[in-house]
Design a protein around this ligand. Sequence first.
Ligand code: KG4
Ligand code: ZN
Length: 331
Amino acid sequence: MLILGIETSCDETAASVVKDGTKILSNVVSSSMRYHRKFGGVIPEIATRHHVENIDKVIERSLRKASLSIKEVDVIAVTQGPGLVGALLSGISCAKAMAYALGIPLIAVDHLKAHIYSSLMQEGMPSFPFIGLVISGGHTRLCLVKDFDDVVTIADTLDDAIGEAYDKVAKILGMGYPGGPLIDRLAKKGNPRAIKFTCRPLNGSLDFSFSGIKTAVLYHVKKHVDAQALKSTRLPIADIAASFQESALSVIVKNSLKAMEKHRIKTLVIGGGVSANSRFREMVKKESVSKDFKAYFPPLELCSDNASMVAGLAYRLYKKGIRSSLDITAN
Ligand code: KG4
Ligand code: ZN
Protein backbone atom coordinates (compact mmCIF):
# COMPACT_ATOMS: atom_id res chain seq x y z
CA MET A 1 0.00 0.00 0.00
CA LEU A 2 1.36 3.41 -1.01
CA ILE A 3 0.51 6.38 1.18
CA LEU A 4 1.35 10.00 0.37
CA GLY A 5 1.85 11.94 3.61
CA ILE A 6 1.61 15.72 3.93
CA GLU A 7 2.94 17.68 6.93
CA THR A 8 2.57 21.46 7.38
CA SER A 9 2.09 21.98 11.13
CA CYS A 10 4.92 24.49 11.62
CA ASP A 11 7.70 25.77 9.35
CA GLU A 12 8.41 22.60 7.35
CA THR A 13 6.47 21.92 4.16
CA ALA A 14 6.89 18.16 3.83
CA ALA A 15 5.66 15.31 1.64
CA SER A 16 6.63 11.66 1.64
CA VAL A 17 5.60 8.39 0.05
CA VAL A 18 5.76 5.39 2.37
CA LYS A 19 5.06 1.79 1.38
CA ASP A 20 3.32 -0.49 3.89
CA GLY A 21 3.97 1.76 6.89
CA THR A 22 7.75 1.52 7.07
CA LYS A 23 9.45 1.63 3.66
CA ILE A 24 10.26 5.28 2.92
CA LEU A 25 10.29 5.82 -0.86
CA SER A 26 10.77 9.60 -0.57
CA ASN A 27 11.03 12.15 2.23
CA VAL A 28 11.01 15.76 0.99
CA VAL A 29 11.20 18.68 3.43
CA SER A 30 11.26 22.36 2.48
CA SER A 31 11.77 24.57 5.52
CA SER A 32 10.95 28.27 5.77
CA MET A 33 13.34 28.59 8.76
CA ARG A 34 15.59 31.06 6.93
CA TYR A 35 12.75 33.63 6.90
CA HIS A 36 12.02 33.22 10.63
CA ARG A 37 15.59 33.34 11.92
CA LYS A 38 15.81 37.12 12.27
CA PHE A 39 12.67 37.10 14.46
CA GLY A 40 14.04 34.40 16.81
CA GLY A 41 10.90 32.27 16.38
CA VAL A 42 8.43 31.01 13.77
CA ILE A 43 6.07 33.68 12.38
CA PRO A 44 2.79 31.85 11.56
CA GLU A 45 1.83 34.01 8.55
CA ILE A 46 5.24 33.54 6.91
CA ALA A 47 5.13 29.78 7.53
CA THR A 48 1.62 29.55 6.04
CA ARG A 49 2.56 31.52 2.92
CA HIS A 50 5.59 29.27 2.40
CA HIS A 51 3.33 26.18 2.58
CA VAL A 52 0.81 27.62 0.11
CA GLU A 53 3.55 28.57 -2.35
CA ASN A 54 5.51 25.32 -2.08
CA ILE A 55 3.22 22.42 -1.23
CA ASP A 56 2.53 21.43 -4.87
CA LYS A 57 6.25 21.45 -5.73
CA VAL A 58 7.14 19.45 -2.61
CA ILE A 59 4.48 16.83 -3.42
CA GLU A 60 5.63 16.61 -7.04
CA ARG A 61 9.22 16.15 -5.88
CA SER A 62 8.27 13.42 -3.44
CA LEU A 63 6.39 11.52 -6.17
CA ARG A 64 9.30 11.94 -8.60
CA LYS A 65 11.80 10.67 -6.01
CA ALA A 66 9.58 7.65 -5.38
CA SER A 67 9.30 7.12 -9.19
CA LEU A 68 5.53 7.14 -8.94
CA SER A 69 2.63 8.91 -10.60
CA ILE A 70 -0.08 10.35 -8.37
CA LYS A 71 -2.51 7.73 -9.79
CA GLU A 72 -0.52 4.97 -8.08
CA VAL A 73 -1.05 6.42 -4.59
CA ASP A 74 -3.66 4.53 -2.51
CA VAL A 75 -4.26 6.92 0.39
CA ILE A 76 -3.60 10.59 1.26
CA ALA A 77 -2.49 11.23 4.87
CA VAL A 78 -2.22 14.64 6.48
CA THR A 79 -1.29 16.18 9.83
CA GLN A 80 -4.46 17.51 11.47
CA GLY A 81 -2.74 19.02 14.53
CA PRO A 82 -1.57 20.20 16.92
CA GLY A 83 0.22 23.04 15.16
CA LEU A 84 -0.20 26.56 13.78
CA VAL A 85 -3.75 26.76 12.51
CA GLY A 86 -3.09 28.54 9.21
CA ALA A 87 -0.13 26.29 8.48
CA LEU A 88 -2.16 23.16 9.21
CA LEU A 89 -5.08 24.36 7.08
CA SER A 90 -2.88 24.78 4.01
CA GLY A 91 -1.83 21.10 4.18
CA ILE A 92 -5.32 19.87 5.10
CA SER A 93 -6.98 21.77 2.22
CA CYS A 94 -4.46 20.35 -0.22
CA ALA A 95 -4.89 16.79 1.12
CA LYS A 96 -8.69 16.99 1.01
CA ALA A 97 -8.68 18.29 -2.56
CA MET A 98 -6.32 15.52 -3.68
CA ALA A 99 -8.27 12.75 -1.94
CA TYR A 100 -11.55 14.06 -3.44
CA ALA A 101 -10.17 14.48 -6.96
CA LEU A 102 -8.47 11.08 -6.96
CA GLY A 103 -11.37 9.30 -5.22
CA ILE A 104 -9.09 7.75 -2.59
CA PRO A 105 -9.29 7.71 1.24
CA LEU A 106 -8.07 10.56 3.42
CA ILE A 107 -6.52 9.87 6.83
CA ALA A 108 -5.89 12.65 9.34
CA VAL A 109 -2.98 12.07 11.71
CA ASP A 110 -2.06 13.52 15.10
CA HIS A 111 1.36 15.18 14.92
CA LEU A 112 2.55 13.97 18.34
CA LYS A 113 1.55 10.36 17.74
CA ALA A 114 3.34 10.58 14.39
CA HIS A 115 6.51 11.79 16.18
CA ILE A 116 6.38 8.66 18.37
CA TYR A 117 5.81 6.49 15.28
CA SER A 118 8.96 7.92 13.64
CA SER A 119 11.01 5.74 16.02
CA LEU A 120 9.33 2.59 14.78
CA MET A 121 10.00 2.97 11.06
CA GLN A 122 13.42 1.31 11.07
CA GLU A 123 13.60 -0.87 14.14
CA GLY A 124 11.09 -3.68 14.63
CA MET A 125 7.74 -2.94 16.23
CA PRO A 126 7.61 -3.28 20.04
CA SER A 127 4.51 -4.87 21.53
CA PHE A 128 1.83 -2.70 23.16
CA PRO A 129 1.61 -1.09 25.62
CA PHE A 130 4.68 1.13 25.69
CA ILE A 131 5.56 4.56 27.03
CA GLY A 132 5.83 7.30 24.38
CA LEU A 133 7.86 10.45 24.95
CA VAL A 134 7.54 13.49 22.67
CA ILE A 135 10.20 16.16 23.17
CA SER A 136 9.85 18.94 20.61
CA GLY A 137 9.60 22.68 20.13
CA GLY A 138 5.91 22.64 21.03
CA HIS A 139 5.56 19.73 23.45
CA THR A 140 7.04 17.70 26.28
CA ARG A 141 4.64 14.81 26.72
CA LEU A 142 4.69 11.34 28.21
CA CYS A 143 1.95 8.96 27.12
CA LEU A 144 0.79 5.42 27.54
CA VAL A 145 0.49 3.92 24.07
CA LYS A 146 -1.97 1.00 24.18
CA ASP A 147 -2.45 0.89 20.41
CA PHE A 148 -1.93 3.22 17.43
CA ASP A 149 -5.40 4.68 17.99
CA ASP A 150 -5.41 4.39 21.79
CA VAL A 151 -2.92 6.80 23.33
CA VAL A 152 -3.42 8.25 26.83
CA THR A 153 -1.49 11.35 27.96
CA ILE A 154 0.30 10.78 31.28
CA ALA A 155 2.21 14.05 31.61
CA ASP A 156 2.65 17.36 29.81
CA THR A 157 4.60 20.53 30.32
CA LEU A 158 2.84 23.17 32.41
CA ASP A 159 4.63 26.04 30.66
CA ASP A 160 7.46 25.97 28.09
CA ALA A 161 8.20 22.88 26.00
CA ILE A 162 11.76 21.54 26.26
CA GLY A 163 12.68 22.62 22.70
CA GLU A 164 11.28 26.08 23.42
CA ALA A 165 13.44 26.24 26.57
CA TYR A 166 16.51 25.34 24.49
CA ASP A 167 15.62 28.04 21.94
CA LYS A 168 15.06 30.70 24.63
CA VAL A 169 18.24 29.85 26.55
CA ALA A 170 20.18 30.06 23.28
CA LYS A 171 18.69 33.51 22.72
CA ILE A 172 19.74 34.60 26.24
CA LEU A 173 23.25 33.35 25.45
CA GLY A 174 23.31 35.38 22.25
CA MET A 175 23.29 32.33 19.99
CA GLY A 176 21.24 31.72 16.83
CA TYR A 177 17.85 30.12 16.20
CA PRO A 178 16.83 27.32 16.52
CA GLY A 179 19.02 26.99 19.61
CA GLY A 180 18.68 23.26 20.34
CA PRO A 181 21.38 21.97 17.97
CA LEU A 182 23.69 24.91 18.87
CA ILE A 183 23.45 24.26 22.63
CA ASP A 184 23.89 20.52 21.99
CA ARG A 185 27.20 21.26 20.24
CA LEU A 186 28.44 23.98 22.64
CA ALA A 187 27.60 21.94 25.76
CA LYS A 188 30.20 19.35 24.74
CA LYS A 189 32.89 21.95 25.55
CA GLY A 190 31.39 22.89 28.94
CA ASN A 191 31.24 21.46 32.43
CA PRO A 192 27.70 20.23 33.20
CA ARG A 193 28.34 20.57 36.93
CA ALA A 194 29.74 24.12 36.80
CA ILE A 195 26.48 25.87 37.73
CA LYS A 196 23.54 24.57 39.77
CA PHE A 197 20.42 25.29 37.71
CA THR A 198 17.67 23.40 39.46
CA CYS A 199 14.91 21.89 37.36
CA ARG A 200 13.07 19.68 39.83
CA PRO A 201 10.34 17.24 38.96
CA LEU A 202 6.97 18.58 40.20
CA ASN A 203 5.72 17.12 43.47
CA GLY A 204 3.67 13.98 43.02
CA SER A 205 3.14 14.45 39.30
CA LEU A 206 5.05 13.52 36.16
CA ASP A 207 4.35 16.89 34.54
CA PHE A 208 7.19 19.16 33.45
CA SER A 209 8.03 22.82 33.92
CA PHE A 210 10.92 24.54 32.14
CA SER A 211 10.16 28.24 32.54
CA GLY A 212 11.91 28.37 35.95
CA ILE A 213 15.24 27.09 34.66
CA LYS A 214 15.04 29.48 31.71
CA THR A 215 14.62 32.41 34.12
CA ALA A 216 17.46 31.07 36.31
CA VAL A 217 19.75 31.10 33.26
CA LEU A 218 18.66 34.67 32.46
CA TYR A 219 19.47 35.91 36.01
CA HIS A 220 22.77 34.04 36.05
CA VAL A 221 23.81 35.68 32.78
CA LYS A 222 22.72 39.15 33.97
CA LYS A 223 24.69 38.76 37.19
CA HIS A 224 27.84 36.95 36.08
CA VAL A 225 28.44 37.33 32.36
CA ASP A 226 29.57 40.49 30.64
CA ALA A 227 28.61 41.35 27.08
CA GLN A 228 32.09 40.52 25.80
CA ALA A 229 31.95 36.95 27.10
CA LEU A 230 28.57 36.44 25.41
CA LYS A 231 30.26 37.00 22.06
CA SER A 232 32.65 34.11 22.61
CA THR A 233 31.75 30.45 22.40
CA ARG A 234 34.24 29.56 25.09
CA LEU A 235 33.76 29.35 28.84
CA PRO A 236 31.70 30.45 30.71
CA ILE A 237 29.01 30.28 28.00
CA ALA A 238 29.76 26.62 27.35
CA ASP A 239 29.45 25.89 31.09
CA ILE A 240 26.06 27.61 31.21
CA ALA A 241 24.86 25.66 28.16
CA ALA A 242 26.10 22.35 29.58
CA SER A 243 24.68 23.00 33.06
CA PHE A 244 21.25 24.04 31.71
CA GLN A 245 21.10 21.04 29.41
CA GLU A 246 22.15 18.53 32.06
CA SER A 247 19.54 19.71 34.54
CA ALA A 248 16.64 19.98 32.05
CA LEU A 249 17.34 16.62 30.40
CA SER A 250 17.78 14.84 33.75
CA VAL A 251 14.18 15.66 34.68
CA ILE A 252 12.92 14.21 31.40
CA VAL A 253 14.91 11.03 31.93
CA LYS A 254 13.74 10.75 35.56
CA ASN A 255 10.06 11.23 34.73
CA SER A 256 10.28 8.75 31.85
CA LEU A 257 11.75 6.15 34.22
CA LYS A 258 8.98 6.87 36.76
CA ALA A 259 6.31 6.50 34.05
CA MET A 260 7.72 3.12 33.01
CA GLU A 261 7.93 1.98 36.64
CA LYS A 262 4.38 3.13 37.43
CA HIS A 263 2.91 1.27 34.45
CA ARG A 264 5.31 -1.70 34.72
CA ILE A 265 6.54 -1.17 31.17
CA LYS A 266 10.01 -1.84 29.81
CA THR A 267 9.80 0.06 26.52
CA LEU A 268 10.31 3.78 25.89
CA VAL A 269 9.63 5.15 22.38
CA ILE A 270 10.99 8.66 21.85
CA GLY A 271 10.27 11.26 19.14
CA GLY A 272 10.45 14.99 18.33
CA GLY A 273 13.19 17.48 17.46
CA VAL A 274 14.97 17.27 20.84
CA SER A 275 15.36 13.48 20.46
CA ALA A 276 18.26 14.36 18.12
CA ASN A 277 20.16 15.67 21.18
CA SER A 278 23.41 13.76 21.64
CA ARG A 279 23.59 14.12 25.44
CA PHE A 280 19.97 12.96 25.81
CA ARG A 281 20.67 9.87 23.71
CA GLU A 282 23.71 9.12 25.86
CA MET A 283 21.75 9.51 29.12
CA VAL A 284 18.87 7.29 27.98
CA LYS A 285 21.20 4.61 26.63
CA LYS A 286 23.09 4.47 29.93
CA GLU A 287 19.86 4.19 31.94
CA SER A 288 18.45 1.56 29.59
CA VAL A 289 21.42 -0.68 30.37
CA SER A 290 21.36 -0.19 34.14
CA LYS A 291 17.52 -0.27 34.44
CA ASP A 292 17.05 -2.93 31.77
CA PHE A 293 14.54 -1.35 29.38
CA LYS A 294 14.51 -0.88 25.61
CA ALA A 295 14.66 2.63 24.18
CA TYR A 296 13.68 3.49 20.60
CA PHE A 297 15.02 6.66 18.97
CA PRO A 298 14.12 7.97 15.50
CA PRO A 299 16.89 8.10 12.89
CA LEU A 300 18.30 11.66 12.87
CA GLU A 301 16.52 12.61 9.63
CA LEU A 302 13.13 11.76 11.20
CA CYS A 303 13.61 13.63 14.52
CA SER A 304 12.31 16.97 13.31
CA ASP A 305 9.08 17.49 11.39
CA ASN A 306 8.65 15.27 8.34
CA ALA A 307 5.85 13.60 6.38
CA SER A 308 7.20 10.03 6.48
CA MET A 309 6.02 9.64 10.08
CA VAL A 310 2.57 10.91 8.98
CA ALA A 311 2.28 8.45 6.08
CA GLY A 312 3.70 5.64 8.26
CA LEU A 313 1.21 6.09 11.10
CA ALA A 314 -1.65 6.55 8.61
CA TYR A 315 -0.95 3.02 7.31
CA ARG A 316 -1.47 1.59 10.82
CA LEU A 317 -4.70 3.56 11.20
CA TYR A 318 -5.88 2.46 7.74
CA LYS A 319 -5.35 -1.17 8.73
CA LYS A 320 -7.60 -0.56 11.73
CA GLY A 321 -10.37 0.68 9.43
CA ILE A 322 -9.93 4.35 10.28
CA ARG A 323 -10.82 6.93 7.57
CA SER A 324 -11.33 10.69 7.80
CA SER A 325 -14.19 12.63 6.26
CA LEU A 326 -13.68 15.53 3.87
CA ASP A 327 -15.06 18.01 6.40
CA ILE A 328 -12.20 17.71 8.91
CA THR A 329 -10.54 20.91 10.04
CA ALA A 330 -7.29 21.83 11.80
CA ASN A 331 -6.72 20.99 15.44
O1 KG4 B 1 9.84 18.33 16.43
P1 KG4 B 1 10.32 19.65 15.95
O2 KG4 B 1 11.06 19.72 14.64
O3 KG4 B 1 9.13 20.66 15.81
C1 KG4 B 1 8.02 20.65 16.67
O4 KG4 B 1 7.09 19.84 16.46
O5 KG4 B 1 8.07 21.46 17.64
O6 KG4 B 1 11.22 20.27 17.13
C2 KG4 B 1 11.92 21.47 17.00
C3 KG4 B 1 12.70 21.72 18.28
C4 KG4 B 1 13.37 23.10 18.34
O7 KG4 B 1 13.02 23.72 19.56
C5 KG4 B 1 14.87 22.78 18.28
O8 KG4 B 1 15.67 23.71 18.97
C6 KG4 B 1 14.91 21.42 18.93
O9 KG4 B 1 13.75 20.76 18.43
N1 KG4 B 1 16.12 20.64 18.59
C7 KG4 B 1 17.05 20.26 19.51
C8 KG4 B 1 18.08 19.58 18.79
N2 KG4 B 1 17.73 19.58 17.46
C9 KG4 B 1 16.52 20.23 17.37
N3 KG4 B 1 17.11 20.45 20.84
C10 KG4 B 1 18.19 19.96 21.49
N4 KG4 B 1 19.21 19.32 20.86
C11 KG4 B 1 19.20 19.11 19.53
N5 KG4 B 1 20.21 18.47 18.94
ZN1 ZN C 1 6.96 18.26 15.47
